[in-house]
Design a protein around this ligand. Structure first.
Ligand SMILES: [Zn+2]
Length: 119
């Protein structure tokens, strides 16, 4: 019985991945209504990720605080800054700072990095 699992595992990962993406999506949409619910969604997504050993895509990792596990909504509970090609996200719940190196290393252009910085 054990040997047939290999393929199922791959499928399970795919499903897990889809669920995670979906959960983050919903978390983003529900945040305005209920931040707590969003937090629950992302913690669920994290758990799914650990269970199936799929790592969250970077863009989703950025939406979640590593310190307190909150869903991070730019302009609401986190601050997003772009500096020298580095993305800095500060969680306003626990003040944890997460830094990400953007692809391409240094950002040479001075075009304003108004990613998700709507207010
Ligand atoms: Zn936090």
């Amino acid at each position: 019985m054990a040997k047939h699992r290999q393929k199922n595992k791959a499928v399970a990962k795919e499903i897990a991945y889809e669920r995670i993406t979906y959960l983050f999506d919903v978390a983003g949409r529900e945040y305005a209504d209920s931040p707590e619910r969003s937090n629950r969604y992302v913690s669920l997504a994290k758990r799914i990720g650990m269970r199936y050993r799929v790592s969250l895509p970077q863009e989703l990792k950025r939406k979640m605080c590593k310190g307190c596990g909150s869903f991070l909504s730019p302009g609401s509970n986190c601050r997003v800054r772009l500096k020298n090609g580095r993305l800095t996200i500060t969680c306003m719940n626990c003040n944890r700072v997460q830094r990400y190196l953007l692809e391409g290393g240094r950002a040479e252009s001075k075009e304003s990095p108004t990613n998700e910085n709507r207010s």
